[in-house]
Design a protein around this ligand. Structure first.
Ligand SMILES: N[C@@H](CCC(=O)N[C@@H](CS)C(=O)NCC(=O)O)C(=O)O
Length: 117
């Protein structure tokens, strides 16, 4: 049984389709080979449970057992602690990972993600 549940919207308007930030989390989960499942929440009708996981009413968020974490950059760092494929244990590799993840965390994501797509 998997502990990791990634939550995203059940639907998004056409313009952001393919750019929703659950993509970066899915990518990391796949790279790491961590088992997970995807849960969806309504885009149009965001309930109090949604806001209890993501206070801005956005996606994604990840639950890992009792932990619920939002902000895609924070989720990636969390997953890095679960997999040395994502976050090497030795200092050089860790700083490389932190450095290449910084554009994502600092929200320069669309140009960065388009450039490597
Ligand atoms: N900084 C947040 C941004 C989250 C975000 O902007 N999510 C978008 C989808 S990519 C969203 O939920 N948009 C719907 C809205 O803001 O109403 C993160 O990286 O997780």
């Amino acid at each position: 049984m998997t502990d990791l549940i990634l939550t995203t919207f059940d639907w998004v308007p056409e313009a952001p389709r393919g750019y929703v930030r659950d993509l970066r989390v899915r990518w990391a989960l796949e790279e790491a080979g961590l088992p997970y499942r995807v849960n969806s929440v309504p885009f149009r009708d965001r309930g109090s449970d949604h806001f209890s996981h993501q206070p801005f009413g956005q996606v994604p968020w990840l639950t890992d057992g009792d932990i619920s974490i939002f902000e895609s950059g924070a989720i990636l760092l969390h997953l890095g602690e679960r997999s040395s494929k994502l976050m090497p244990t030795e200092p050089c590799g860790r700083s490389d990972m932190t450095q290449s993840g910084s554009p994502t965390i600092s929200e320069r994501r669309l140009s960065h993600e388009k450039a490597i797509a």
